[in-house]
Design a protein. Structure first.
Length: 247
């Protein structure tokens, strides 16, 4: 399911790069795209089931430990808990959308809303937003560096031969693109905190659109968008070869 969502996000971003994109290039846009297809209702229920599986898997990792080396370390279990909470929230919003009881808010709207609430409703909220933004940047740079330099993601996979070589290349390109996007989200969060302006915060879609405004123009966005598609393909490879048993 993660693979499907990232491939759709990347394809939506490619449409934006070449001037034909109408939907947000994030999970909300991906879900809306699925809903608009023939048999969309049935497909949405498959998405809901997949997101429920993602959330329960990550929460199970938090409870029992991850597969692979040091899977029982508190840091890895805490990371799994954070991802479990994220996928649970995504599952709930998608379920409500499928039931017709809620809207799919874009990542930009969610980012602005949460940033504004934190700044105005929480004592020291401005500094909290700044720390979250810096945390996004640091985590993204760290994960991207590990993926490119150490290829640590391959430790989680039971794959060999030529397939392993292909999956490794897909993972390196995909993780680099994904890290670039989330680092950009962190930059805009930090900028919103520094300027004390929640409207400066951006989600995945807004960050991708900003790439089109760089001197390189839409070609940088197209490259990152292609990387997101590749990360989606790599995620499908994980679904095939990832070790999921703790220990």
């Amino acid at each position: 399911m993660r693979g499907v969502l990232y491939m759709l996000m990347g394809l939506l971003a490619l449409q934006i790069a070449f001037g034909s994109g109408g939907k947000e290039a994030d999970s909300s846009g991906a879900v809306q795209t699925i809903a608009g297809e023939p048999g969309g209702k049935f497909l949405l229920w498959l998405v809901v089931a997949g997101l429920a599986g993602l959330a329960l898997w990550r929460l199970a990792e938090a409870a029992f430990g991850q597969a692979g080396p040091d899977g029982h370390k508190p840091s890895k279990r805490l990371t799994a808990l954070g991802r479990g909470i994220f996928y649970t929230a995504l599952f709930v919003t998608t379920l409500l959308f499928t039931l017709g009881a809620g809207d799919q808010k874009s990542s930009d709207s969610q980012s602005k809303d949460l940033t504004g609430q934190a700044m105005h409703d929480i004592p020291g909220g401005r500094w909290l937003v700044l720390l979250v933004g810096l945390g996004f940047i640091a985590a993204s740079v760290w994960m991207g560096w590990k993926a490119l330099a150490n290829k640590d993601f391959m430790e989680r996979l039971s794959v060999s031969g030529r397939a392993r070589e292909l999956v490794e290349k897909l993972g390196m390109f995909g993780y680099a693109a994904r890290s670039t996007v989330y680092a950009g989200v962190g930059v805009f969060l930090a900028y919103a905190a520094v300027t004390f302006d929640p409207d400066k915060a951006k989600g995945i879609d807004g960050t991708l659109r900003e790439l089109a405004g760089t001197p390189v123009g839409p070609w940088l966005l197209a490259l990152v968008a292609l990387g997101l598609v590749v990360f989606g393909v790599y995620s499908c490879c994980e679904a095939r070869w990832r070790r999921v048993t703790p220990g």
